[in-house]
Design a protein around this ligand. Structure first.
Ligand SMILES: NC(=O)c1ccc[n+]([C@@H]2O[C@H](COP(=O)([O-])OP(=O)(O)OC[C@H]3O[C@@H](n4cnc5c(N)ncnc54)[C@H](OP(=O)(O)O)[C@@H]3O)[C@@H](O)[C@H]2O)c1
Length: 319
């Protein structure tokens, strides 16, 4: 079942189309493919092609004639963005997926890789999430539109695989962080928001910062460069659209995250918790047994190493 040695050997020499190339994960996937010697990589940004537009996608496929499609583009944001944009998240993500899968079938693409999300899991699934539980119940209402569009994308790929033999793989990334993450307040996740808060508190000489919740909620964090490597390994090795979790399997409390960020940033003030503020689900983490088994690999970067690289990037990019 597993022919994944440890590399991208099935991609060398292939024409690889990467969507979302102007975004966080997509830009790292393009860079890593190029560093690994995959020469025919075409990263596509929204300014070059609106992937919701079927004719534009068809033209893109005519021009580049991809053999492998790595679909990373998504209409997405933090919880607040998703709650305010349920319909947009559904329509945009579904439309991109439909246009891309239809063009891939038409052009006999040999492998389609889809980045879904850990958010697709049922709100009541057992923790750590196992792939087999994906369809056991509805997702969290806060992510309704986004999660259903991603689930629909998985079902579409499974149907295309069954009816047309489209080679496909689906990865379910955990919460990502790293250089080039979105730091804008309305689009950032907890890691980026915490880094920004600690850097500002340090620079302004504040004695304390106040974080939302109790700090006891548990999350899983994936370094973006490890995520890029996992996506490339999936593109090279996985041939069936059965979802595979792409995470670390490491559980971190929010208070451990904040303490680690404060240490890396050099913020020495007090960390206070406002328990009247919401903190979301008490525990979110994925089981990575399938990742280890099918890709012979797991993400190597520790949280503290990843945070150091992220903070360095953030400090240098803010000038
Ligand atoms: N970030 C996470 O923690 C996380 C966790 C789990 C799964 N994922 C999934 O992983 C993938 C990468 O996430 P990310 O954080 O790298 O996202 P990102 O930085 O928001 O990048 C997504 C890219 O898609 C582009 N895009 C959106 N709508 C488009 C359209 N209609 N046509 C063409 N391009 C379009 C965006 O362009 P604009 O910037 O111009 O809008 C952006 O460059 C996504 O599929 C996401 O759902 C992410």
């Amino acid at each position: 079942m597993n022919n994944c040695i440890n590399d991208n050997s099935n991609l060398i020499g292939r024409r690889v189309l990467v969507t979302g190339a102007g975004g966080f994960l997509g830009s790292h996937v393009v860079d890593l493919l190029e560093q690994q010697g995959v020469k025919k990589v075409h990263g596509v940004m929204r300014s070059q092609c609106d992937l919701r537009d079927t004719s534009a996608v068809r033209e893109l496929f005519e021009a580049f004639d991809p053999e492998v499609v790595i679909h990373i583009a998504a209409a997405q944001g933090g919880v607040a963005w998703q709650q305010a944009n349920q319909c947009t998240a559904f329509l945009d993500n579904a439309a991109m997926m439909e246009a891309l899968v239809a063009a891939s079938i038409e052009k006999n693409v040999i492998r389609f890789v889809f980045t879904a999300s850990s958010i697709c899991y049922p709100a009541k699934a057992n923790i750590p999430y196992q792939e087999a539980a994906l369809w056991d119940g509805p997702p969290e209402p806060a992510h309704w539109g986004y999660a259903h569009a991603k689930r629909g994308g998985i079902a579409l790929l499974q149907s295309a695989h069954q009816q047309h033999g489209l080679g496909a793989s689906v990865v379910m990334p955990a919460n990502m962080y790293g250089p080039r993450a979105r730091f804008e307040p309305d689009r950032s996740n907890v890691v980026a928001a915490t880094i920004r808060r600690c850097v500002e508190a340090r620079d302004q000489g504040q004695d304390s910062i106040t974080c939302w919740g109790s700090g006891r909620a548990i999350r899983e964090f994936l370094y973006v460069m490890d995520a890029a490597e996992g996506v490339i390994r999936a593109a090279s090795c996985l041939e069936e659209p059965q979802p595979v979790n792409l995470g670390t399997g490491v559980e971190t409390t929010i208070s451990q995250l904040v303490e680690s960020v404060a240490e890396v940033v050099g913020f020495k003030g007090q960390i206070l918790w406002d328990t009247d503020r919401p903190e979301g689900a008490p525990r979110v983490c994925m089981d990575i047994t399938q990742l280890q088994k099918q890709l012979n690999w797991s993400p190597p970067t520790s949280l503290i190493e990843g945070l150091r690289a992220t903070v360095d990037w953030f400090e240098s990019s803010k000038g």
